[in-house]
Ligand binder design. Structure first.
Ligand code: GLY
Ligand code: MN
Length: 415
């Protein structure tokens, strides 16, 4: 999709760097296929449409690859995503399937990541188009989050909106739940009671398959309680601080820390944490409430390029993955650069099982007020997520404004 833009299965392509040619390999439909799939443009027609003048049948691929290997030319391939692709690469390169992973080209992976990390104007326009749909999904969810309705009614409607507007399914299964403390909660059978918070983490695809990924936290019935407001404002401040810090050159892991700092400092003010704020960040005590990373790259994939390896996409030779709980889940840590598009999605969660475990171990008991947490065990969670472009001097939230302040969300819930 990225290099050739043809959205069909069973295609392969070869770039011959020395000959400066590119060839797409695939097969046209047989009459039998046509009976099930209907008439389709031929592969040469599709290739002409994207400005590629060389295409060949799938059976030719092995001839081309074998000739290159025989001629002792290096053959670089990307990590196969599916098992059948691994088998295919093994056959093409005459290697054991178990050798495919180790022979995947790091040079090629890194080149692709370098290119795809920086979004062109055309790609940014696609992400913006996905966000227009995504905004409608979020405001629809806000209007539909009324007591007595099932979560699945909201999910069905907003996923239908995504498909109805772009003709493409959402880039990931919607997370919509009154139990937002479960980070990826895909159980949608709960009846929504008044007074709960519902997390709505959803996305749409643009016509060319670019993803959006946003999260809002909605009070069922349209009014935040004062305690919900307190926690919500902390998450909002975590995101605001993160956005203000983002600019080319700053490692995203530092932006994560800035959000963690805000959480720790505001939780101290609320009496949920105590002691030195820097220590709460350094030791990872804050991660009891924020056990995931601040964000990830966004593009054709929602976790962009994750099939090329999350450490390759998000880390560098100098910035390696941190092993501390919470930040170990950070998908993106490396320095930002202009025209990266990343999600900024801080959250605060009260996960009863995790709180129980830490409390049982007396973990960070000088910094965490476990007694005060008792009354938060049924709180749920709050997450706020936007898609953000790194500009030459800072960062800009993409897409139309999606209600985000307490007042704006409450007003949107009222329709
Ligand atoms: N939207 C889900 C995630 O970023 O993991
Ligand atoms: Mn996300």
């Amino acid at each position: 999709m990225y290099f050739w833009g043809i959205d069909l299965p069973n295609l392969a392509a070869v770039i011959d760097v020395e000959a400066d040619t590119e060839t797409v390999f695939g097969d046209d439909l047989s009459l039998d296929d046509l009976i099930w799939s209907g008439p389709q443009p031929s592969l040469p027609e599709r290739c002409r449409g994207i400005g590629v003048d060389r295409c060949a049948s799938s059976s030719q691929l092995i001839t081309v690859v074998t000739a290159a290997i025989k001629g002792q030319r290096p053959v670089h391939f990307l990590p196969p995503y599916r098992t059948d692709h691994t088998m295919q690469v093994a056959e093409l390169c005459s290697m054991d399937p178990s050798a495919v992973a180790v022979n995947t080209s790091t040079t090629f992976i890194r080149s692709v990541i370098r290119q795809r990390s920086v979004k062109s104007e055309a790609e940014l326009a696609q992400i913006e188009a996905a966000l227009v749909i995504n905004a409608a999904m979020q405001t629809t969810a806000m209007r539909m989050a009324t007591p007595g309705r099932y979560e699945r009614e909201v999910v069905g409607t907003i996923e239908g909106l995504a498909y109805g507007r772009s003709g493409r399914k959402p880039p990931f299964s919607t997370i919509f739940s009154i139990h937002g403390q479960t980070l990826h909660n895909h159980f949608h059978e709960n009846l929504m009671p008044a007074g709960r918070l519902a997390i709505c983490d959803c996305g749409a695809e643009s016509p060319m398959g670019y993803a959006s990924d946003t999260t809002r936290t909605i009070p069922v019935g349209g009014r935040f309680t004062s305690r919900q407001k307190e926690i919500y404002e902390v998450v909002l401040a975590m995101q605001a601080d993160a956005l203000a810090a983002m600019k080319p050159g700053i490692p995203f892991k530092d932006v994560h820390q800035i959000a963690a700092q805000r959480l720790s400092s505001d939780f101290k003010d609320l009496g949920l944490m105590h002691g030195n704020v820097d220590r709460a960040v350094q030791t990872g005590a804050y991660a009891l409430f924020f056990p995931h990373g601040l964000g990830h790259m966004l593009g054709l994939d929602v976790h962009d390029m994750e099939c090329l390896g999350e450490d390759e996409v998000g880390y560098t030779d100098d910035i390696r993955r941190d092993s501390r709980f919470g930040v170990n889940r950070l998908r993106l840590a490396k320095p930002l650069a202009p025209d990266f598009v990343v999600t900024v999605e801080p959250g605060i969660y009260f996960i009863p099982q995790l709180i129980e475990q830490w409390r049982g171990e007396n973990r960070f008991c000088d910094m965490i007020d476990y007694g005060k947490l008792e009354s938060y065990l049924d709180f749920g969670g709050v997450r706020i997520e936007d898609d953000v472009r790194v500009t030459s001097t800072g960062a800009a939230v993409l897409g139309p404004v999606i209600p985000k302040t307490v007042a704006a969300v409450e007003s949107s819930c009222r329709g």
